[in-house]
Design a protein around this ligand. Structure first.
Ligand code: AMP
Length: 287
């Protein structure tokens, strides 16, 4: 795996790799903020399967963190990350410094209005502007055929699908399923912040989603009732504080009054100082 830190070199390396791999070659991009875990690696695996070349990026993007958020203490485990990505089959790793991505005086931002203020965007003002800006830059630098993102960040998927569609960017967004621990906890770089006790409390998120799924299986379709099930489940965990539980259309992120298959049920909760998210897409009716 080749590790590259400048925009110019990455652009050239991607073009060269494509030329060397032949006319029909396809390039995958997996953007990450590092602290690589199995969830990230499942995206790499999907890229490996579908494309001939795989690029990944590690960049802890300051633009998507609020002033009181965890940018400074976000886990940075570069050497381990390199080993994992290399073993997973990444060909090119882009790992720029902040200065390289945002030179002094940079004033251009990408804003997906509306969508960016919903779900996590409501709790984290400016977050999706940061995400949309950095992803637009990465897509322009790497020029992949397919960019891979996790369903774990469902609102991010909606924002990026709008970005790519509305700006006519020549790339396909591929969405990979949420990778979970065997006990249900969705993998996240932020899980590293949890103490063993908080790790147990954090299971409240996936349990809350399960309680909603069970209620849907029993025939409940009313969104308010379903949200109440999830909030009750979250509140059972002494260390958990609900940020939001929403039942929405996965494309518009606007609330729906009653669920049907394809609806997005998304939640966020604080476990101590750590904010975690999880979600489910209501599966086709199994009755
Ligand atoms: P991050 O490094 O947290 O910005 O994540 C980079 C990419 O990995 C994003 O597209 C995430 O949605 C995705 N991702 C993170 N955790 C998981 C997971 N547990 N399962 C699947 N994808 C994930």
């Amino acid at each position: 795996m080749r590790v590259i830190t400048t925009v110019q070199e990455m652009r050239t390396a991607c073009k060269q790799a494509r030329r060397a791999a032949g006319e029909d070659s396809t390039l995958a991009l997996i953007p990450t903020m590092g602290a690589i875990h199995q969830g990230h690696l499942s995206l790499v695996e999907a890229g490996r399967t579908e494309c001939s070349l795989v690029a990944a990026s590690i960049f802890v993007n300051p633009l998507q963190f609020g002033p009181t958020e965890d940018f400074a203490r976000y886990p940075r485990t570069f050497d381990e990350d390199c080993k994992k990505l290399d073993s997973a089959g990444v060909d090119l790793l882009f790992a720029p410094e902040v200065q390289e991505m945002y030179p002094e005086g940079a004033t251009t931002f990408v804003e997906v209005a509306g969508l960016s203020e919903r779900l996590d965007g409501a709790s984290r003002p400016g977050h999706f502007r940061g995400v949309a800006t950095v992803v637009a830059k990465l897509l322009n630098i790497v020029a992949p055929d397919v960019a891979y993102f996790g369903q774990k960040d469902a609102a991010q998927v909606a924002v990026l699908q709008a970005l790519v569609g509305e700006l006519n960017l020549p790339v396909r967004i591929a969405v990979c399923p949420i990778f979970r621990e065997s006990d249900g906890l969705a993998l996240s770089s932020r899980n590293r912040y949890l103490t063993p006790d908080q790790r147990t409390q954090a299971l409240a998120l996936s349990r809350a989603l399960r309680s909603i799924q069970d209620a849907i299986d029993r025939g409940e379709t009313n969104s308010a009732a379903l949200r109440a099930f999830a909030v009750a489940e979250l509140e059972k965990a002494p260390g958990a504080r609900t940020d939001y539980v929403e039942v929405v259309n996965p494309r518009t992120l606007l609330p729906v009054d009653s669920v049907r298959s394809g609806a997005l049920i998304a939640l966020a909760a604080w476990i101590g100082d750590t904010r975690l998210i999880d979600n489910l897409i209501v599966p086709p009716d199994r009755s």
